[in-house]
Design a protein around this ligand. Structure first.
Ligand SMILES: [Mn+2]
Length: 233
């Protein structure tokens, strides 16, 4: 039986839930069966969804509201996604407590970091001396800046190299890291690009979009294969 992977997608103004096919294809290619949680405020639905799924993917999208990490919203912050914040923080708390594998991508790393007590840069260009374009102009399937992998981390064990290929579509990033998380990759200009859970359950979080690279790039494909393997365990 293939593991059932619970997908957290974008919620639009009409409360429709959307997930981009690149995420679904990456999960399917790695051997998982994706299912999407439609937007809900119903606690029972969330609990049943968490018990049903073998693992969870928190996908990209809009900004987490800064009040979730104790800051007033600044002008350069994007429009916060309040419905997603509420739903995803509830799903994360429940899934994390249950010890189920979690893969967090782009907004996902930010959401997970905030859920674990960390903070974010609300807007990199106005708050951090970036020297790279973290909002690349090239298409999503084109690599941009590499990331530098820290030794003695799960990513280093998985990839077996000091660098890997990434793309970059973010204006926010992790500022202070949450409790139970540790950094496993930085960009050349010092932005946290990947983190993992140091507690017992499998938790991997990436600031870039591996789902857009996995088709053609073995390193990025491995991220999904590692996750699905954990969900099978
Ligand atoms: Mn980046």
């Amino acid at each position: 039986m293939t593991p059932i992977i619970g997908m957290l997608g974008e919620v639009d103004a009409e409360k429709s839930t959307i997930v981009q096919t690149a995420y679904l294809r990456s999960i399917e290619n790695a051997g998982g069966t994706p299912v999407l949680l439609p937007y809900t405020q119903e606690k029972k639905t969330i609990q049943r969804f968490v018990s049903l799924c073998d693992g969870f993917v928190f996908t990209g999208g809009g900004d987490v509201h800064p009040n979730r990490y104790g800051e007033a919203i600044k002008e350069a912050c994007g429009t916060p996604d309040l419905m997603r914040d509420e739903l995803e923080l509830a799903v994360f708390a429940s899934a994390y407590k249950a010890g189920k594998p979690i893969l967090a991508i782009c907004r996902g790393i930010q959401l997970v970091n905030v859920a674990l007590g960390g903070t974010l840069y609300q807007d990199l260009p106005t708050e951090y001396p970036v020297t790279l374009f973290h909002r690349q102009k090239e298409p999503k399937f084109s690599p941009s800046h590499d990331v530098e992998i820290i030794e003695n981390t799960p990513l280093h064990t998985l990839i077996g190299e000091a660098k890997m290929t990434a793309n970059s579509f973010h204006h926010q990033a992790v500022k202070t890291i949450g409790e139970g998380l540790a950094v496993m990759a930085y960009s050349e200009d010092g932005i946290i690009e990947a983190a993992y859970g140091t507690e017992s359950s499998f938790l991997r979080a990436y600031q870039w979009h591996p789902e857009r690279l996995a088709d053609k790039n073995e390193q990025n494909r491995l991220l999904f294969e590692e996750f699905i393997k954990a969900c099978n365990g």
